[in-house]
Every structure is written in C-alpha cells, then in structure tokens.
Design a protein around this ligand. Sequence first.
Ligand SMILES: Cc1ncc(COP(=O)(O)O)c(C=O)c1O
Length: 429
Amino acid sequence: MSDSSQSPTSPTSPTSPTRSLAARAAALDAADQLADRRKLFALDDDTVYLDGNSLGALPRHVPERLQDVISRQWGELRIRSWDESGWWTAPERIGDRIAPLVGAGPGQIVVGDSTSVNVFKALVAAVRLLDPTDPARDEILVDATTFPTDGYIARSAARMTGKPLVPVDPADLPGALGPRTAVVLMNHADFRTGRLHDLAGITAAVHEAGGLAVWDLCHSAGALPVGLDAHGVDLALGCTYKFLNGGPGSPAFLYVAERHQDRFDSPLPGWTSHVDPFAMDQDFAAADGAIRGRVGTPDILSMLALEAALDVWEGVTVEAVRAKSLALTDFFLECVSAYAPPGRVRSLTPAAHAERGSQVALRCAEAPAVMETLIARGIVGDLRRPDVLRFGFTPLYVGFADAERAARTLGEVLNAVPAETATSAHAPG
Ligand SMILES: Cc1ncc(COP(=O)(O)O)c(C=O)c1O
C-alpha cells in the first residue's frame, strides 16, 4: 500500500496521532539526560515495566554484589563480617545513603524492619514525645484513604496508648486539626490515585495546631524531592522496594528528626538500639541518635542488596528524576487521551503537577480484563480492585517511547475488550 492510498488516520500516515506521538517520544528520549540509566537495570525491550511503584526493577550489578556478600563475607569471613564487612553499622550507613534522596541531613535515618513495623514505632514514639508535655492533646489523626497497613497499625497504636483514633480524609485535614491534635499520620502520595499531598503545608498546619507530623513516604522516596529537614517533618518512614529498587521485601527506613532524637522512646527497644549492645545489660539504655530506631539483628542479605541498588543514584539528583517523572506522566496522559476510545477510562491522578506523584491511575469499568490483557501484551502495570489501572513511572528506567507504547496498547486493548455497559459510568475527564 502506497503512502498516497492511506487515510489521514492510518497509523503510518504523516499526520496520524500514532506517528506524531511516536516521533515526539523519540525526540523526548533523545533529549533525556537520564536515558543512559536504563542500561543499569535488568530489563528486556519486549516489556514496558510500569510497576516500579510496586516493585522496582533489579539493578544489573546487584546479583554480583550479593554473590560476594554470600560467598565471601558470609561463606569465608563468617562472623568476622559483622565488623570487617560493616554489617553491624549497615542500618545507619544505608540510612545516610537514603537521606539526601528525601532531603535529610546525616544521622537521622536508620534502615530496618518493614514499613508497617516502622509505622508502629513512629506513631507510638510520637505519642510518647507529646504525652508528658500535654496529656489533653490526645487525638491520633490518620489519613482515611491510607494504604491499609498504616490504618490497621494506627488503630492498634491508638488502643495501646489509650488515645482516640480519628480517620480524616486528607482534603478535610485542616478543619480537623485543633487543640486535641497529638499526632497526624499521612501518606505523601496516595497509593491508589497517585495524588501527592502537600507535605510542607500539612506539616506546618499540624505544628501550628501543636501536634507532630508523621509521613509515609513509600510512594515518594526516590520519586520526587521530599524535603524532610526543610519542612520540619517530625518522623517519617517508607519502603525501599519501590522507587529505591531495593528488592522484594527490602527493609524500610525510619527518619527521626535530630531535635526529637534525645526523647525518641521506641516502643520496640531491642538490643541493637541499646547504647552498649554487647554489655548484655538487663536494663535498657537507648543509644544516641536515630540508632534508637533499630530493633533486632539486621537482615543483612536484603539490606546489602539495597545498599548495592542505591549505586544507581550516583550522579543523579532527585530533582532531575522529578522533572522527568512529570514530563513522562504528562506525556502518557496525553497519549491516553489520543488513543483510548472516549468514555472508557478516566484519570484519577491530578493534572496539577503539585498534586501528582509518579504514577497514573485510570478508572476503567473493565479494569481486571484490561490489565490482564495488557500484561499479556508486555505492558506491566497493576490493578487495584475493583476498577483502577495503575501505571508507575520510574524515570531511571522508563522512557517516553515506553509511555507512548503503553498508551497505544491500552487503546488497542480497550477497543478489543467490550465495554461493560453501553453508557459507561466513567466519563472522560
Ligand atoms: C503507602 C504504603 N505504606 C505501606 C506499605 C506496605 O508496608 P510494608 O512494607 O510493611 O509491607 C505500602 C506497600 O505498598 C504502601 O504503599
């Protein structure tokens, strides 16, 4: 078929949306300062991996580093590695590697345990920081739309400390703050919609009300600048297996602002947060600094896989990552508008950059079937039941051509999967 015989909407026509968006993607990729990072990751060209907001991809050099940890450090040096291979100090050393990515000075972050466990430590410790100063300040406010684990643990922490728990929609938070506000636990970016909450403004409002702000950074650490120190956050935590690429179940991190460290009273004071662990003292005396957030023996294999994974950040700023993330998500949304049949998907992710994390969430009545087909066709996002398609954008390894291909395939899949009802409840917008 010759060019002259093509209709204006043929995919190969010079004026077709496919061709112009594909050409734009190629130009954007060619100008992308971070494009060279992709080769650091174990990814194949057949797959567009848009699930780094769930499990980050494997940096290629990690298996070899972990092989050394297993064969030499563990296999040959054995117990000597606690000192000679730096195992003992890994939680605070790796915390200091994460610190610049979330805007924290050194000595305020330790790595260890799961995010869930760190939510517990942070919430109870925050209540204990306030209790002696103002017992009437009793409410624990929790993001009502939170990832469930934070809500479950907040409920348990409230029961244990005898405080009322108040679930609050983030949009209603300003009106819920007052003289009873003790601690507020918020997600920086919402796991379902990708909405970014105003960490600076909310932290300031919580402080104004006299409370303490605890932030869950699972969906922002490694995706965008957080500014923990600059915004005066009290305590924070986050996982390392999403945008920090630490591997499945890699240990979480806990931030304890320097000004709170002397009075940080962990509800899980294990022997490794003791000032002199090998004294084997029956009485607990807390170590100085963020080390107070440690509990038991660090999970060295996972921790050192994370430490190796952080090498991909050498020479990269989180500001550059953020700029690319916004450009990628803008471009993906534009491609979805061009390719998706009208009325079949609606973006839940805010259009305003200040309110957007590093994922795009699309509401779609046929989401389960659509995501299954997308994955079978090499576009790996995920599903949040019942009807949300999530696409995570990790700027270190996702490019603009990936975004265009993902949106184009989504359009094809939507055309192939019949709409659930003739008049979809999910209008475009
Ligand atoms: C916002 C948020 N908090 C917590 C978690 C999970 O916590 P954990 O690492 O303990 O499984 C997730 C997991 O995706 C999450 O998105």
